[in-house]
Structures are given as C-alpha cells and as structure tokens.
Design a protein around this ligand. Sequence first.
Ligand SMILES: Cc1cc2nc3c(=O)[nH]c(=O)nc-3n(C[C@H](O)[C@H](O)[C@H](O)COP(=O)(O)OP(=O)(O)OC[C@H]3O[C@@H](n4cnc5c(N)ncnc54)[C@H](O)[C@@H]3O)c2cc1C
Length: 467
Amino acid sequence: MGKRIIVAGAGHGGLTAAALLAEKGFDVTVYERGKKGKLGYDWTDIFDPKALDVVGCPWPPKDKYEWKVDMTFWGPNIKPEAKIRQRVPNDPYEMEIKMERSDIYDMLIDFAESKGAKIVYEVNILGPIMIKDRVIGIDTDKGQFLGDMVIDCCGCESPIRVNLPEYLGIQKHPTYGEKFYVYRAFYDLPVDISTVDDLYKVVLLPDPESVGICWIASEATETDSHSDLLIGHMDRFTKEEALEIAERYRKTNPQLGTKLKRGGYFTLIPVRQPLAIMVADGYAALGDSAFMTVPIIGSGIGNSIKNSKILADVIAADRDEVYSADTLYPYQLEYFNKMGRNIAPLALVKLVLTRVTQEEVKYILENEILTYREMTITANHTSIFKFLHFSPTLLERGLALAKHPELLKKMASVVVDIVQYYIVSFLIPQSYDRRRLKKWARAYNNIFERRLPKDKVAADNAAYEGK
Ligand SMILES: Cc1cc2nc3c(=O)[nH]c(=O)nc-3n(C[C@H](O)[C@H](O)[C@H](O)COP(=O)(O)OP(=O)(O)OC[C@H]3O[C@@H](n4cnc5c(N)ncnc54)[C@H](O)[C@@H]3O)c2cc1C
C-alpha cells in the first residue's frame, strides 16, 4: 500500500489531486464537511475546460455544458455607447465553458473515485495535527486522522492554514482588498430575453457603499429562465443590504426579477496574489487555500485543477517519501514559474479599484482608455501579459489619460508597483530555507499591502480576532 495522503476538502483541485495520486498508487482519502450529492453551490460556473485535459479527466457530456457568452462591461452611470462588449474568439482553445457547479462536482468525484480515491463526507475539519514543525494529520469533529501528508483544499478560509503555527510563515487570512464578499442569487427573468441587450452585464464600482463589482446574467431555455445576480464587495455586508442593492439595480435592469429561484447566500472569493509560502513539512496548500484565483475576476476552478497536476507530480517524485517542506517546495516554485508570477500582478491592477472613484471609472470608459481588447478575458488569461495590447488608438488613449492628472497619477503608481513586483518576484528563493523564504514573503506581500487603506485593513484584521 502506498503512502497515506489526506486531502482536506473536496474542492475542485482537491478532487483532481486525489485522482492523480490514487492513480500513482497512493492511499488517498478526501475528507469533506458537505453531504454526499450536495457539494458546492446551487449555481453555474465558468472555467477553462483545458484544465480537464491537464489532469486527464474526461470532458462532460455535451448536454452538461455550454460555451460562455461575451460579457459587457459597464461603469456607474455611463452613457450606453461607452459600454465595452468582449470579443472572445470563436475558438475552443480560447473559450470557457459554463456548467452547473453540482455537475462539475459529479464529474470530478467520479474521476477521483474511478482512480481509487476514497471520499468521506460530513467530516468537519477543525485544524491540523502537528508534531513539532510537521503536519501529521487533521483534527475533525469525527476524530483525528493521520497521514504522511495533508493537501489543504479547504478554500479561502481553510481551518488548517489558519491554525498552522505562526512561525511557519504561512499567511492565515486574506485581508481587506484581497477578497470579495459575494452575494449571489438567481431571480426570475420577467422580460422577454430578446429584449435584453447585455446577456452578461458586469458593472465596475456599481455601489457607493463599497468598492466592488456586480453582474446580472440573463438566460432562457425552453424550460427555464432566470437572471443571475452577483454582488461583490470588499467590505462585509448583510443580506438586508444585498436585497436593497438588488432593488436599486432593478430600476435600470428590468431583466432582474424579484422572485428568488436559487442561491441567495454569501460566499467569499480570494482576489489577491498567491500565498507567499504554500508548503511546510507534511503540508501543501492548493486552490483557493493558496489564493490561486485570477485576482481580477476570481476564477479559480481551472487553476486549481491545473495546479493539482504539479503538486501530484512533485509528491510522486519524492523518492524518499519524506514530503518535507524541502521536497514539496518544487511544487510552489513550478507553480510560481508557470502561473503565479504573472497572475499576481493582476492583483495590483485590481487594487486600482480601491483607489479610483466612480467618476474616474466613468471617465475611463467614456474616453475609451480601456477597450474591448483589454476586457476580452479568455480561458488563457492567467497572465498580466495577456491583458496588454498595443492598439492603433494608443496615443489618443494616452492623451485622454494625461488630461486627467489625478487618474494618471493613480495609473502610474500601478506601473511602478508592477515593476517593483517583478524585481521581487525573481528573488524568490530557489530552495526551501524558511528564514529566507519568510523574508522574501514579507517583501512580496508588502508590494500589494502598502497601498491598502490602513483603517480598513485594521478593521478587517480585528474582525478575525473577534474584537
Ligand atoms: C459566487 C462565486 C462564483 C464563482 N464563480 C466562479 C466561476 O465562474 N469560475 C471559476 O473558475 N471560479 C469561480 N469561483 C471561484 C471558485 O469557486 C474557486 O476558485 C474554486 O472552487 C476553488 O476550488 P478549491 O479546490 O480551492 O476548493 P473550494 O471550491 O473552495 O472547496 C473547498 C472545499 O472544502 C470544503 N471545506 C471547507 N472547510 C471545510 C472544513 N472545515 N471541513 C471539511 N471540509 C471543508 C468545502 O465544503 C469545499 O467542498 C466562484 C466563487 C464564488 C464564491
């Protein structure tokens, strides 16, 4: 029997890591707090299907998915002609698919079980079990479970990561500006879908209450129709506030009905730079637990699945079967070199949202400083370089920016941050040395944290400490 691997949380990446390791002969058990057949949320998700090819998972049957439609970006109170509609090429290499989250789970659970992984449901993980510096298992409401290593796939607020000893240097919580508090609900679609201009409408900085985004996506099939509402704020908000905001949106969005059909609850999405230290002896974080989402849009399913392959290969390559921070660190490095390095600066771009005003967003859109080229986000947009385009109107756009000195200053500061970030990113230690890695982690995180509003960060940290 192979070494015993505990996968904590049946997230997307957790399930594919479990499949890959079971296939390699490891004894893999996934522990999940949800009930069998009831994992995930009651809504649809969009992801890059090529991630399935990376781990060798068969694609879903054709009736289980459809291709994502183009999004249209709006700003607060902009002229309709200033909206930007994406132009994702009609090319399966560039396009993402949309599936019910429950169907994604069914597909990944079948895949993991077909390879021999075991899944134990209704186990609430409370934290890691440690001997000295080493994670040797998980503490749960159903008792303690020991293993040769633990893969942490418990999501953004993983109780394992949060309860690791401070001295390992692994960050516990994402702070203000690094996550979106999200309310998502499907309402009825009270209008004929042919009258809806923007089937997937995304609004930047829609609300005066908080920095954030929203989307209203309308859909109709022969048997069902709905408007999918997402409100994402950087400040915590209540259900009552979410309902008031939805009511406000209805005044300009008749496609958003009032009858709740599905969802209607809060979740958290990390929208920040990847975790600076992802491994410890007997421990590796994956997916949202390692903050692997695309920081601008919060997509994490494809990344989580793709990076599970790197982790599984690194674990299998540890011939001495020690699964120490030293032998797991190549996972972090390979992830960082292949994806993390160029995805992280998108968090700096996203932080512009915390600095610009609603008026400035309006100015950006109405003066075409951003165009469909930047806003066309495809399956392959996991690098800042994918967002850079040299269009024929570059000079005019530059002049428009120059006419708004305040905005220019804010944009220029991002460019400075990105240059500094790249210098720091290339200084990442090439082997695991905790002291050096912690020093690097401080420099890396500082690039992102230094411009955050200090009062909001303090309030957010205090909320975690229950003050
Ligand atoms: C509203 C919303 C919309 C999103 N839309 C998209 C989208 O369209 N496309 C996209 O790519 N991404 C989307 N995301 C992000 C996406 O959900 C995550 O990035 C992705 O699911 C990450 O997968 P993961 O493997 O890290 O684990 P997660 O999906 O975070 O799963 C964690 C698992 O751990 C379990 N768990 C947590 N705590 C415990 C515990 N204490 N004990 C036991 N089990 C536990 C949970 O039940 C869950 O099953 C969205 C997120 C939200 C909130």
